[in-house]
Design a protein around this ligand. Sequence first.
Ligand SMILES: C[S@@+](CC[C@H](N)C(=O)[O-])C[C@H]1O[C@@H](n2cnc3c(N)ncnc32)[C@H](O)[C@@H]1O
Length: 258
Amino acid sequence: MLPFDDEGARRIQGVYATPDVVRQRDEVLTLLGARPGERVLDVGSGPGFLLASIADAVGPEGSAHGLDPSPAMNAIAAAHCAGRPGVSVDEGSAEVLPYADDAFDAVVSTQVYEYVADVLGALVEVRRVLRPGGRVVLLDTDWDSVVWHAADRDLHQRVMAAWEEHLVHPRLPRVLPGLLERAGFRVVDRVLIPLFNPVYDDDTYSAWTMDGIGAYVTGRQGLTEQDVDRWREDLRSRGTDYLFSIDRFCFVAVATDA
Ligand SMILES: C[S@@+](CC[C@H](N)C(=O)[O-])C[C@H]1O[C@@H](n2cnc3c(N)ncnc32)[C@H](O)[C@@H]1O
C-alpha cells in the first residue's frame, strides 16, 4: 500500500480532521498570516484542509493554489474547496513547480519535504516562484521525536523502522533552516508544535496514525499481520498509562533579494 493512494488519502483525511491536527493547522495559518488579496501556494496540499482556510483568508481578490502529485488527494482537496473563488488544485510536484517566477506572495508546505529527494533544489524552486520579500512557512516532523508507550519495545522499534521506509528524510527539521538559507531565504521564526495524546481516544492523531502505520508496515522488514496486530494491541492496552507525543517543527523564512 502506498500512503497516498485512494486508501491512504482516505486515512489522511481522517487523521487531518482530528482536533490534534486542526490545532496544528491553526498555528500554521497564524504563522502564514495570509491577507486579503494575496497569492498563496500550498505545496503538497493533500486533502486541502489548509488550502480551504487559505482561500478564505485571501478572499475573492486573492488566489490559493494547491499542488500535489496524487490524483486521490487532489480529488479530496477539490471537493473541500468547491465553491470557493480563486482556488485551484493542480497536479504536479515540489521538484518542478508549474508556476511563473514571482507568482506568489507566500508559500506554505506541511509534511511534504520529508518525501522529496532533492530538498535544496525544491526550495530553490520555492524561492523562484516567490516575489522578493515573499515568505515561506514549512512544517515537518522529526520522527525521532515520537514517544509511544509500548511494553514490547523491540517490536515497536521494528515497526517504526519499517514506517520510516515511506519517508526520504525522517529527520528533515535538523537541516531545514540551513537548506532554506542556501536556497536564498532568511529564517525569521522557528516554532515547535507538539501533538500530545495522554489518553487513548479514537479521534486522535495517534489512534488514526496507528492504523496507517500498521497498514503500511505489514509485510515489510519481516513484520507479519500478527506482529502488527500485537503491536497495536500492546499500545491500546496501556490503559491509563497510554502516552503518545510527536514534534512538528515549523520554520518561517523570507525570500532575500537575489
Ligand atoms: C502527509 S501528506 C500532507 C498533506 C498536506 N500538506 C497537509 O498537511 O494536510 C503529504 C502530501 O505530500 C504529497 N507529496 C508527496 N511527494 C510530493 C512531492 N514530491 N511534491 C509535492 N507533494 C508531494 C502527497 O501526495 C501528500 O498529499
